[in-house]
Design a protein around this ligand. Sequence first.
Ligand SMILES: Nc1ncnc2c1ncn2[C@@H]1O[C@H](COP(=O)(O)OP(=O)(O)O)[C@@H](O)[C@H]1O
Ligand SMILES: [Mg+2]
Length: 241
Amino acid sequence: MMPLLTTKGLSRNFGGLRAVDGVDFALMPGEIRAVIGPNGAGKTTFVSLVSGRIQPSSGMIVFDGADITGLPAYIRVRQGIAYTFQITSVFANLSAYDNVALPVQRTLSDGRSKGAVRTGVMAALERTGLADRAHMPAGQLSYGHQRLLEVAMGLALKPRLLILDEPTQGLADSEIDNFITLVREIAKNATVLLIEHNMPVVMQLADRITVFNAGKILAEDTPEAIRENAAVQEAYLGTAP
Ligand SMILES: Nc1ncnc2c1ncn2[C@@H]1O[C@H](COP(=O)(O)OP(=O)(O)O)[C@@H](O)[C@H]1O
Ligand SMILES: [Mg+2]
């Protein structure tokens, strides 16, 4: 099987800082991959490079066998890469429905067909448990529900690769259980790259875990092996076992 996504020597400098430093990475189709690591490790920068939100200083990104390194973000979205931002990016004054309608329209060749838009929007809202809040202004949703709305916006793009950057931040424990179910659902027909701080969520969802530290991949393994990894414990928890 060919990887869905590969990076080779991927690097990004900010001034003198190498935020992402020579990362070789591969993601197989259908897997749920968690990316963990301390604050400032380069996780968000890495997925921003993959989504095309920022450009690399050097290195290469291959998606589905094609070099996408030079492609703008909107073309990558069309090719199936969806990215939900770490910082809430919903339009507060628009309803939940209208927020999701924006990405749905982008997937339709005739984005003005009302019936098709409605079907796509309600499917994404139902999957994220927000259907009964469709007409609420997004700014009046709880923070946790705004994060789920972002996931709905990502899902509405029908992505092949869905990148979620700290999606459970601000979710209540009861909402986290639903979120785990949701990601498993999504992974039935998409590949998921999940940056996540909540270790129980990571351990329950991930097929494999990639650990970032200081812009580099420190370790990559199964959840069980990562849990036992002394270098990971030192970098991530600040304590040797
Ligand atoms: N736009 C930027 N300009 C300057 N420095 C940045 C920028 N984005 C990120 N950084 C720096 O790059 C490093 C990695 O950041 P980031 O990718 O956000 O880490 P993480 O998501 O793992 O917490 C940090 O030191 C951060 O301050
Ligand atoms: Mg981050």
